[in-house]
Design a protein around this ligand. Structure first.
Ligand SMILES: CC(=O)SCCNC(=O)CCNC(=O)[C@H](O)C(C)(C)COP(=O)(O)OP(=O)(O)OC[C@H]1O[C@@H](n2cnc3c(N)ncnc32)[C@H](O)[C@@H]1OP(=O)(O)O
Ligand SMILES: O=C([O-])CC(=O)C(=O)O
Length: 376
């Protein structure tokens, strides 16, 4: 079993910033559990809707609970007209993560969380409506159509692909989306979740917590890495070219997106799972380049730096094989991680003290204000 990583230094690394019953990350080096369930078993045996229920409501649902939950989510997929109007103003070249951030924030104006007693309903609404927000904007700005955002798809992943393409996805694509959303759902005190918890600790509303979290997930060192990885690997037309380019990047001390992790030491357990699905999709589309490029980058990074693929790297090729536009990769992450974020907000609220760390001061000693006419 892998050793847990030695965690010290800047970025609050290794410091406990609170407690959680939701998730363990890298406890024994490479493991990941949601409320005690191993990620491999969840990805194999459950649906994303069961995992969402587990995170938000505290237990795996029985069949009756799951059926009722799916029906509830399906009934909440419509967008208010005022939100459609806002989405229609956002230009085609906007970043879709900015669209998600604005969509969530606007919804907070229209359906404000009046009381924390409403938090479960608020989270369920966001879970139902996030695919509608991003796909409505995407189809309006790119294809000039105003789509109907209610479909009869039971799964969030199938619904997303249906809205994006205007037709039900294949069984394989719906399955991959299901696994992907499970893998991305929750990850302890990562940067975006911590953002949500800090916001929650001021007793702010759920939409503010989630809007802030979306902003943190957007960056390429966090969720934005799946897009950045895709931008990198699609430049290369063979595994040999990829190897030469990666060696050059490493020599220049460039960051290779989709590699490394703040907590895991030798592997990210989500990688093996999504990699397997990426391979199936590669075979499905008859790809001869992108998967072998990805595998070579993985081998070179391990050989040269002992750096491993994180959850984002093989998500890039998997989404690409499903013909999902690269700029929608990170918004899909949002549609999933919303469940983890909201569960952390609930947990923070249930045992709250405002999060307010201290800083080590490195500025000047106390001094007097020089009159403005004497300043240089
Ligand atoms: C879903 C997610 O959010 S997963 C993370 C997605 N982000 C990425 O894929 C971006 C690329 N990766 C990174 O930037 C980093 O690995 C992070 C941000 C994920 C973690 O950062 P840290 O905790 O600071 O990394 P860590 O302490 O393990 O770094 C050790 C060394 O490896 C280097 N390193 C880490 N990741 C990479 C990488 N992807 N490419 C090149 N070098 C790297 C670091 O620069 C550091 O070198 P140094 O000691 O000479 O400064
Ligand atoms: O835990 C982290 O720092 C980043 C990560 O992998 C995630 O949020 O899924």
């Amino acid at each position: 079993m892998a050793e847990a990583k030695k965690l010290t230094g800047a970025g609050l690394r290794g410091q406990s910033a609170g407690s959680t019953a939701l998730c363990t990350v890298g406890k024994s080096g490479s493991g990941l559990t949601y409320r005690g369930y191993d990620i491999h078993e969840l990805a194999e045996k459950s649906t994303f809707e069961e995992v969402a229920y587990l995170l938000l409501k505290g237990k795996l649902p029985n069949q009756a609970e799951l059926t009722a939950y799916i029906e509830k989510i399906k009934s909440l997929r419509q967008l208010p007209d005022a939100l459609k109007t806002v989405l229609e103003q956002i230009p085609k070249d906007a970043h879709p993560m900015d669209v998600m951030r604005t969509g969530c924030s606007m919804l907070g104006n229209l359906e404000t969380e009046a009381s924390f007693a409403d938090e479960q309903d608020m989270a369920d609404r966001l879970l139902a409506v996030f695919p509608s927000i991003i796909c409505y904007w995407y189809r309006f700005s790119h294809d000039d159509v105003r789509i109907e955002t209610v479909t009869d798809d039971d799964s969030v992943g199938g619904h997303f692909l249906h809205l994006l393409r205007g037709e039900k996805p294949s069984e394989l694509h719906a399955k991959v989306m299901n696994v992907s959303l499970i893998l991305y759902a929750e990850h302890e005190f990562n940067a975006s979740t911590f953002t949500a918890r800090v916001c929650a600790s001021t007793l702010s509303d759920l939409h503010s917590c989630i809007t802030g979290a979306i902003g943190s997930l957007r960056g390429p060192l966090h969720g934005g890495a799946n897009e950045a990885a895709m931008d990198m690997i699609e430049q290369w037309s063979s595994a040999d070219e990829a190897e030469a380019e990666v060696l050059g990047m490493l020599a220049r001390k460039d960051k290779i997106m989709g590699f490394g992790h703040a907590i895991y030491s030798t592997s990210d357990p989500r990688n093996g799972i999504i990699k397997e699905w990426s391979k199936k999709l590669s075979d499905d589309v008859g790809d001869t380049v992108l998967y072998s490029v990805s595998e070579r980058v993985e081998a070179v990074m391990w050989r040269e730096k002992k750096l491993f693929c994180n959850a984002d790297f093989f998500h890039a090729s998997a989404y690409h094989f499903m013909d999902i536009p690269t700029k929608l990769f990170t918004p899909i992450f949002v549609c999933s991680r919303l469940t983890g974020w909201a569960a952390h907000v609930f947990e923070q609220r249930a045992n709250n003290r405002i999060i307010r760390p201290s800083a080590d001061y490195t500025g000047p000693e106390p001094r007097n204000v020089t009159p403005i006419e004497s300043r240089t």
